[in-house]
Design a protein around this ligand. Structure first.
Ligand SMILES: Cc1ncc(C[n+]2csc(CCOP(=O)(O)OP(=O)(O)O)c2C)c(N)n1
Length: 522
């Protein structure tokens, strides 16, 4: 006769996560996490998703949470497992994504031996986490897990990392899982900030820069009403975690990436009002160029910080500016026929084909780097969609982000606009897409180079690339065969080298509900 295993600290952790509404676990486990895996195994409500590298795990948890508006947990193996996932944790932190990381560690009594995988997990976790804790006993795991979820859900979204020594995971416990707690709410807007912002918005030359939740349809409509009434100019940051765009939605422009273009776009700005946003700065410093993208001395008014309620702020500003609820909004995108492209396959042709063919409610994950710039203005008039970007600049997010988004929104088509160099960082995400049968079409912009770095080389004043620089920027020898790479990971794939062929392959890919990759030869 087999007896049921005793309830462990890992069970308590798992039960608590579920009780707090966390029911997806993106994982790459090892020996120190075996009891957590056993606890997951006893919880059929927890969906477990394997990522074959930790960058996939953390990136997918980011994509999941952006669409589910709920944190996932990750399961990472000790310091090195966490370290492999850090770049995408950095991106998630910059996106204000809620996330709970469970990082396994050696049993406490094993620490004295300095075994090979022993590492300073706190030291690795801290820079990419808002909150780091280590369990002190099996019984502590309930309270700590509940706290981790609270931390993660503290607006606008935080990274919480809980370190789990193996003996706390395997020791028996009686303590019940803490019951579900109310989710923390964003702070209300501040009266003095609202008054100052409302006055600033009425002055000529003011830009209203919005971010975070203000970029969902409701916030955008309020912002458009404010700007239509006051004449202020509406803008968002260069990259955003999630924007609701397309037909019937507000056509909001963004601050350009290229410093010269950003400076030109903002040169008439007399004042900037921020709602959940940060005043625009250069992505990098360039010799002889300013770091702030605003004209010198331009005042900045913080109407609300990212921690404050952006939608409530905009509602208040609309009221104070006298914006009518039924005001006509010229900023709303209207239908525009976009013929399919023909001829040479270029980044612009791909953008046009995607815009013309994408279904309603598609989720666009954009890591197209230098190839996707045409997509943004063209897709104002596309079918209504969500648009997810790389907010932390650490490339290698696109494929995992799409993976997590597809898991969060299984009824929606996910389209990944993916630069080839960036795709290689977290290529195994394609395997997870195949394993989980996800509805994702990946478009690889196969330019066989780090194109943006050619531009940056000139921008920083380094001159023309010679042989060594070119060897660091070009990935043509050997050429990556994306059809074979995808097929090897279980994803169907085809190559397109003309616009006509791309149109046909994309149409077929969009019709079927399984992962599909298009190698677009540009
Ligand atoms: C983690 C990380 N490593 C390196 C870089 C530097 N970097 C920026 S863009 C880039 C290559 C981009 O090439 P690709 O993804 O093919 O896009 P393309 O520039 O060709 O459009 C690199 C290496 C980075 N941003 N993040």
């Amino acid at each position: 006769m087999t007896t049921a295993p005793p309830r462990t600290g890992a069970d308590l952790l798992c039960e608590t996560l579920l009780a707090q509404g966390v029911d997806h676990c993106f994982a790459n486990p090892g020996t120190s996490e075996m009891h957590f895996v056993a606890a997951l195994d006893r919880q059929p409500r927890m969906r477990c998703v394997l990522g074959l590298s930790e960058g996939v795990v953390t990136g997918a948890a980011d994509g999941y949470a952006r669409m589910a508006e709920n944190p996932a947990c990750t399961l990472l193996h000790t310091g090195p497992g966490l370290a492999n996932g850090l770049a995408n944790l950095h991106n998630a932190k910059r996106a204000f994504t809620p996330m709970v990381n469970v990082v396994g560690d050696h049993a406490t009594h094993h620490a004295q031996y300095d075994a090979p995988l022993a590492a300073d997990i706190e030291g690795l976790a801290r820079p990419m986490s808002h909150w780091v804790a280590r369990s002190t006993s099996a019984a502590s795991l309930g309270e700590l897990a509940a706290q981790a979820v609270q931390e993660a859900m503290t607006p606008p979204g935080r990274i919480a990392t809980l370190i789990l020594p193996a003996d706390h995971a395997w020791s028996p416990v009686d303590a019940p899982a803490p019951s579900s707690r109310p989710r923390p709410r964003p702070q209300p807007p501040r009266e003095d900030a609202l008054a100052e912002a409302a006055a600033a918005l009425r002055r000529p030359g003011t830009v209203l820069l919005i971010a975070g939740h203000a970029l969902r349809a409701k916030g955008l409509n309020l912002a458009a009403r404010v700007c239509t009434t006051t004449g202020a100019r509406l803008l968002t940051q260069q990259a955003s975690a999630r924007v609701e765009r397309g037909l019937g939605r507000v056509m909001i422009d963004r601050v350009p990436y290229v410093v010269g273009q950003a400076l030109a776009a903002l040169k008439e700005t007399r004042c900037m009002v921020l709602v959940g946003a940060r005043a625009p700065v250069g992505f990098f410093a360039y010799p002889g160029k300013p770091g702030s993208m605003l004209p010198p001395g331009c005042p900045v008014v913080v109407a609300s910080t990212p921690q404050e309620d952006a939608v409530a702020t905009l509602r208040e500003l609309a009221a104070r500016c006298g914006a009518a609820a039924d005001a006509h909004l010229p900023m709303l995108a209207r239908r525009r026929e976009l013929p399919l492209p023909s001829g040479a396959l270029t980044a612009a042709a791909i953008a046009r084909s995607v815009v013309a063919q994408m279904p309603e409610q598609a989720i666009i994950c954009d890591e197209s780097v230098s190839s996707g710039r045409e997509f943004f203005p063209m897709s104002w008039h596309a079918a209504p969609h969500d648009y997810l970007q790389l907010t932390g600049g650490a490339i290698g997010l696109g494929l995992p982000l799409a993976t997590g988004a597809a898991i969060a929104a299984p009824q929606r088509k996910v389209i990944t606009l993916q630069a080839d160099g960036s795709a290689m960082y977290t290529l195994p995400a394609l395997w997870t897409q195949a394993r989980e049968r996800l509805d994702v079409v990946t478009v690889i912009f196969s330019n066989r180079r780090y194109a943006i770095l050619h531009g940056e080389y000139a921008q920083v004043g380094a001159g023309a690339p010679g042989a060594n620089a070119r060897r660091l920027f070009d990935i043509v020898d050997p050429a990556l065969d994306w059809v074979k790479l995808a097929q090897g990971l279980g994803v169907q794939a085809e190559r397109a080298d003309t616009a006509e062929r791309f149109n046909v392959v994309l149409a077929a890919a969009l019709k079927q509900p399984r992962p599909f990759l298009i190698e677009a030869m540009i």
